[in-house]
Design a protein. Structure first.
Length: 492
């Protein structure tokens, strides 16, 4: 669940080092030119647009960190993310040209809420690791995210970072993570599958009724093809469902008088569960084996076994185009459907973040911060990513930009990136009409993963038995969340 706040997402540059995400997960998530990113102590030039350039070949001798042998372990893309690994390897090469005193170890551990505590206790977590927008308070309260406020305040480009995304990891004025990219949860549609069954392509300004009709018409249970692969296991099931809660006008929690109260057991919550019941029992539109996690649902989409999947768009697009052999014209990215005509197309606003290990030394933390931001706002990255796009084209592969990026959407740097993207037909292009309708809602910052787990139990009951009492099930889940978690929280 990469997977944050109300904002309209835009097509922009991929920060290549991610994975949802995120949600994102998403989730998630080289070349011959050296990067000479300036530090606070070196003499470097910056273009009028604020882009870092190659003013010096090496950092200044005044940089004390150059005189120390430092080892950092980094978040490294998953084995199936071949192209992203190539980009990361190129970044490592260029980083070591500037910092030859740094040993970089590639970590094969990707953030898991059920594993982070063990990793921290055993001092096995990497120097920095990926996480999601939901995790800020969770990590901070347990002391598992380093306070990098001083490093952030010295960072020359901090004011050009997308504030909508970055603010999720700024708590009480202190900074605990760096944004990589973001998204507003979307519905990704297999147009080729719809065309094969003569199913009308819905408008981007679609509704729940449109989704229901499309899913029912596209489903072919006898052939193992579903109309929509809603996630039915793992916390991602509760995350999937929460998009519909938001569309119906609901919220996860309310905060009043310093107290946190469960709010998802509302009329909006009942409406969202009713839609799930219709998709499952009336339309017979979800997979017969509905116990799908994120990877299962996205995999089914890339294999042509479902017409729609709900996720941050980047992950399904990457798998469908680069692993499933689909073509860009066959894959459409929709906003989430509005509950009713004229309603908001709310999707969970999620993102991918990098958090520095508080157990690392100060030198390791600073070098990790430099690595994280190494390619941000650089001409070198633009050169590197264009070479990557060209290499992918030669291999018949596609480059998938994120919907939202780490930089402000109206920046000159973004315009430079888009100018590169527009040159190539193997860069996926999000429809402007679709992007204009995206409307993100932030996830709750209190025990969000616990809430997702509880809602997964409710979703599974709806999928398992027709006619369950939706309000009663929501009330049971809300009671558990209230007594086990929310009653113990005091909002400052």
């Amino acid at each position: 669940m990469r997977k944050l706040m109300t904002a309209t997402a835009v097509l922009a540059l991929s920060a290549t080092m991610l994975a949802a995400c995120s949600g994102g997960g998403d989730k998630d998530n080289t070349k011959d030119t050296a990067n000479t990113e300036p530090t606070k102590t070196e003499t470097a030039t910056t273009t009028d647009e604020g882009t870092k350039t190659d003013a010096t070949a090496q950092p200044s001798a005044e940089d004390e960190l150059l005189n120390k042998k430092i080892t950092i372990s980094i978040y490294y893309p998953l084995p199936d993310q071949v192209e992203n690994r190539k980009l990361e390897d190129d970044k490592i090469r260029r980083f070591n040209e500037k910092y030859p005193n740094v040993t970089i170890e590639k970590s094969d551990w990707h953030y898991n809420v059920n594993e982070i505590g063990v990793k921290m206790a055993a001092n096995e977590a990497p120097t920095f690791f990926n996480t999601f927008a939901t995790e800020a308070k969770f990590l901070i309260e347990r002391g598992w995210a380093a306070d990098i406020t001083d490093l952030w305040n010295k960072y020359e480009f901090k004011d050009q970072i997308n504030p909508t995304l970055q603010n999720q990891f700024i708590i009480d004025g202190k900074v605990y993570g760096v944004v990589q990219k973001g998204y507003s949860t979307s519905t990704v549609v297999n147009k080729k599958l719809l065309d094969a069954k003569n199913v009308a392509i819905p408008s981007y300004d679609w509704t729940w009724d449109d989704m229901l009709k499309t899913a029912k018409a596209a489903a072919d249970p006898g052939k193992g093809v579903s109309g929509i692969a809603l996630m039915g296991k793992g916390n991602e099931s509760g995350w999937n469902w929460t998009n519909f809660l938001f569309e119906a006008g609901g919220q996860i929690i309310n905060t009043e008088g310093g107290k946190v109260k469960a709010a998802f057991n509302s009329e909006a919550g009942v409406k969202a569960l009713q839609l799930y019941e219709q998709l499952r029992w009336d339309a017979n539109a979800i997979p017969k084996d509905w116990a799908l996690g994120w990877g299962d649902a996205v995999g089914a989409f890339s294999q042509g076994r479902t017409a729609m999947v709900v996720a941050g768009a980047e992950g399904p697009l990457e798998q469908a185009l680069n692993q499933g052999g689909m073509k860009p014209e066959d894959v459409l990215t929709y906003p989430m459907p509005a509950a009713e005509a004229g309603g908001k197309h709310y999707g969970i606003l999620g993102g991918d973040y990098l958090v520095i290990n508080p157990n690392a030394s100060k030198e390791e933390q600073e070098m990790a911060f430099r690595y994280i931001t190494f390619d941000y706002f650089t001409d070198d990255w633009l050169v590197s990513v264009e070479k990557d796009i060209q290499a992918r084209k030669a291999e018949g592969k596609y480059f998938i930009p994120p919907q939202m990026n780490y930089f402000k959407e109206d920046s000159d740097y973004g315009k430079k990136a888009n100018a590169i993207f527009n040159k190539y037909d193997n860069v996926y292009k999000y429809a402007a009409e679709s992007n204009a309708l995206l409307d993100g809602q932030p996830e709750a910052q209190y025990n969000t993963q616990d809430y997702y787990a509880e809602m997964t139990n409710v979703v599974q009951q709806v999928f398992s038995k027709k006619g369950v009492d939706h309000k009663a099930k929501l009330d049971e889940a809300a009671k558990i969340m209230q007594e086990k978690f929310y009653d113990k929280i005091e909002v400052k």
